[in-house]
Design a binder for this molecule. Structure first.
Ligand code: SF4
Length: 331
């Protein structure tokens, strides 16, 4: 029996990308100490991705690989240092935060800190409507009550406070708040990792049901490969700021090409319930992102390393329905 819902019943996907990233990079200047000055840290390095309408794109990788920085750029909380982000074929570079949040909404992992304890459930869910001045107050109350029902909560919760709700109920409130503006894309950042295992599958079922009912598009960021496998249509694997492999979900899990993807999938077999892939168990420690190895940045940890890998960075290669960045596949 599967713990999580499958993506089989998802609505037909559109060819048109709702969101597109073209060679997006983000660099931070990191202080090295009084005498050593600052050095650049490339958190995201020329990432190109397309997310299609009705699709769930899973994004996986170890902590520190750049997933969160990427999500913050998509949410408009950080600007790319290079490259462009498009929503419905329009470059967002000139948009303000208000415009971006009308199209992109987040669901974060911790419903305890993402809700204001001093605001009622109704106030929290209606906040995006007030900020974007959508409808009159009476209409907003009606819309919020409809959203409460949509996420499986009774309308009477409108006047409740977060401390009166369980973790799962709070996450349902956070989902209602994210969806109340009918966003084009929802960034689900570890949406169940702070919840009890018994509640996780309920929240995942709810996310999938709402996606199908409302025609939503998700970017699903998760350490939990079981969650990613069962919810995603496509999966992108990040390593040190780059997408090193991307493919249809079934193909990526049954036929991983990149040695890093293969190591990630193997790590799932370790008997650590609930821990996902926080550590890919690659033996050699995660490299210092300020001092990246030359050539392929994965080479110090790669079991299939070749001489060329130590000096020359691989380029992305298209293979069947996806692409991979590794010298093993360069012709
Ligand atoms: Fe391993 Fe070389 Fe491929 Fe990098 S390019 S993943 S080091 S085989």
């Amino acid at each position: 029996m599967n713990l999580y819902p499958t993506a089989d019943t998802q609505s037909a996907l559109s060819d048109k990308p709702v969101m597109e990233l073209r060679r997006v990079s983000r660099t931070f200047m990191v202080n090295q100490g009084i005498f050593r000055g600052k050095k650049p840290l490339q958190a995201v390095n020329e990432v190109s991705l397309k997310i299609h309408r009705g699709e769930v794109l899973g994004l996986v990788g170890e902590s520190g690989c750049g997933k969160t920085t990427l999500a913050m750029m998509l949410l408009g909380l950080l600007r790319p240092s290079k490259g462009e982000i498009f929503i419905e074929n329009q470059a967002v570079a000139g948009w303000d935060l208000l415009e971006i949040t009308s199209k992109v909404q987040p669901i974060f992992q911790d419903p305890y800190s993402s809700l204001n304890p001093r605001k009622t459930v109704g106030q929290s869910i209606s906040l995006p409507l007030s900020v974007h001045t959508v409808g009159y107050k009476k209409d907003r109350k009606q819309k919020v009550e409809e959203m409460l029902e949509a996420v499986g909560l009774p309308r009477r919760f409108y006047n409740s406070y977060p401390n009166q709700l369980s973790g799962g109920q709070r996450q349902r409130v956070a989902i209602a708040r994210a969806l109340v503006m009918n966003p084009q894309i929802v960034i689900c950042d570890e949406p169940t990792s702070a919840l009890d295992v018994s509640v996780q599958s309920q929240i995942l079922n709810l996310l999938l049901k709402l996606k199908n009912q409302l025609g939503l598009t998700y970017l699903l960021i998760s350490h939990n490969l079981a969650v990613v496998e069962h919810l995603s249509n496509r999966v992108a694997v990040m390593y040190l700021g780059r997408v090193v492999e991307e493919n249809e979900c079934g193909r990526l899990f049954s036929q991983p090409r990149h040695p890093y993807t293969q190591a990630l999938l193997k790590s799932v077999l370790l008997p650590k319930p609930g821990q996902g892939v926080a550590d890919a168990n690659l033996g050699v420690a995660f490299p210092n992102p300020i001092d990246l190895p030359p050539g392929c940045t994965f080479h110090p940890r790669c079991s299939q390393v070749m001489d060329i890998c130590r000096t020359k960075a691989p380029k992305p290669v298209s293979l069947d329905s996806g692409c991979v960045e590794c010298h093993l596949y360069q012709t």
